[in-house]
Design a binder for this molecule. Structure first.
Ligand code: CTP
Length: 419
């Protein structure tokens, strides 16, 4: 029997369970996206209190938002439904966060001056700043966005403690093209979810290799493997949520880049090796989740190899560099400035193979998983192996396991940093 040291807890609840979110809408066509965001927040388990400016109510109706949030919507500071007539106090005291989406240029200019002549701005000013963080999702025409007044206002709002989110780029409702679109509902949902994750890797730089590699044989063929990259991308998201600056080097995968994460796309093991080596000197943590092909053909054919009378093609193979072992042997890793984590994908004898791999590659932490049971799946089960032994982490979503692993790595790093 393996020497398991207990098991990590699962996360049975949705990400925003028990969270009370005030969703504010100021005037702008992006209000239609706020309706979708409201629905997504409720689906994630949040209770949502919608507050709209009169301008916002020109774009979508309070009826729509009431139906989606399942709560009465407030527009006026004179709303007599509140027994003490103090909606600006009552609606902010139990909130876990306020998100204004869309935040118009005018609304941000107003906040900047501490003006409070409508319910939403009044609430932004009256909220307890220590316990109710304020997030602003700007949305406006590209010229309004680029105007020095808007940029100045946003810088000042950040200094005053608000989190001013970025904007999207592309076609605008006015017909122009450029910066200023409100972030999409899933990006805003992500920003709120990340807000509640502990910042255990704040400011750390994390490099992650992810996905398979593709080793060409000729211009139309090659060898690859079934890795989907999902575990690596889940780790990228979890590390970013934890406050890290995250860079992913991804083999050929069809996954969206997690919000806030930088990405370099590569194809072959040699490309991945070069990209990792170019970036690893800036990293504090290297997590190698990629399923790197062990071999490549010595000579890639310039033209398609034809089926013919010569029998089966004669391919010579050479071994690819071991990226993880190379990084783990570097001076920075050896001196403790870079923490390396490997992933062992096996089909049998998982514990023994992963333990041997940890020693062979010279890494402090090796995470073992069964390839066929995890490739392409949204969940996984892990063996976490260090010099002290093995811990079994039962099957859970990859994001949940990624968050646990990020927390675990943070503890290990801080134990090394604390003399
Ligand atoms: N790895 C790497 N470069 C390689 C091969 C593997 O960086 N050329 C890393 C993987 O990203 C992973 C760990 O080494 O973190 C183990 O990878 P795995 O494919 O399980 O093992 P291999 O070293 O390839 O050994 P084998 O194929 O014999 O199981």
């Amino acid at each position: 029997m393996p020497n398991y040291r207990g098991s990590a807890t699962l996360r049975p609840m949705s990400d925003l369970s028990n969270k009370h979110i005030v969703l504010g809408l100021s005037g702008g066509i992006a209000c239609y996206k706020a309706a979708e965001l409201c629905r997504a927040l409720v689906k994630e388990g949040a209770t949502v209190q919608v507050v709209m400016t009169e301008a916002a109510a020109q774009f979508v109706t309070p009826v729509t938002l009431q139906a989606l949030s399942n709560n009465p919507v407030y527009v006026s500071q004179w709303d007599s439904r509140e027994p003490n007539n103090m909606a600006h106090i009552n609606l902010t005291r139990h909130a876990h966060a306020m998100l204004v989406a869309p935040a118009s240029a005018d609304f941000m200019a107003k906040l900047l001056h501490g003006r409070a002549d409508d319910l939403l701005s009044l609430m932004c000013l009256a909220r307890p700043t220590e316990t109710v963080p304020l997030l602003l999702a700007p949305a406006m025409n590209r010229e309004m966005w680029a105007h020095p007044a808007t940029q100045r206002n946003m810088a000042q709002l950040r200094q005053d403690g608000a989190t001013v989110l970025g904007v999207g780029q592309g076609d605008q409702a006015c017909g122009e093209v450029g910066d200023g679109r409100m972030l999409e509902p899933d990006e805003l949902l992500y920003a709120l979810t990340a807000l509640f994750q502990p910042k255990v890797l704040q400011g750390k730089r994390v490099l992650i290799s992810a996905g398979p590699t593709f080793e060409a044989i000729d211009p139309v063929r090659g060898i690859t493997n079934l890795s989907s990259g999902k575990m690596g991308f889940a780790l990228a998201r979890a590390a970013h949520e934890a406050g890290a600056l995250v860079q992913v080097v991804a083999g050929p995968v069809s996954l969206a880049t997690p919000y806030g994460v930088s990405r370099t796309d590569v194809r072959s093991a040699l490309d991945m090796h070069a990209a990792v080596m170019a970036q690893v000197e800036h990293a504090d943590v290297f997590i190698a989740t990629a399923a790197v092909a062990d071999w490549r053909v010595a000579q890639v054919a310039g033209e398609k190899i034809k089926k013919g009378s010569d029998g089966l093609p004669n391919l010579d193979w050479v071994e690819n560099p071991d990226i993880l072992a190379g990084v783990a042997a570097s001076t920075r890793a050896q001196s403790g400035d870079l923490y390396c984590v490997g992933f062992a994908a096996e089909t049998q004898y998982l514990q023994a193979q992963a333990q041997a791999k940890r020693t062979r590659k010279g890494v402090p932490l090796m995470v073992g998983n069964l390839g066929p049971a995890t490739f392409g799946q949204d969940d996984n089960a892990l063996l976490v192996i260090d010099e002290a032994g093995v811990t079994e982490w039962p099957r859970a979503s990859k994001l949940s396991l990624a968050r646990q692993l990020v927390a675990d790595i943070a503890v290990r790093i801080s134990a090394k940093e604390t003399p």
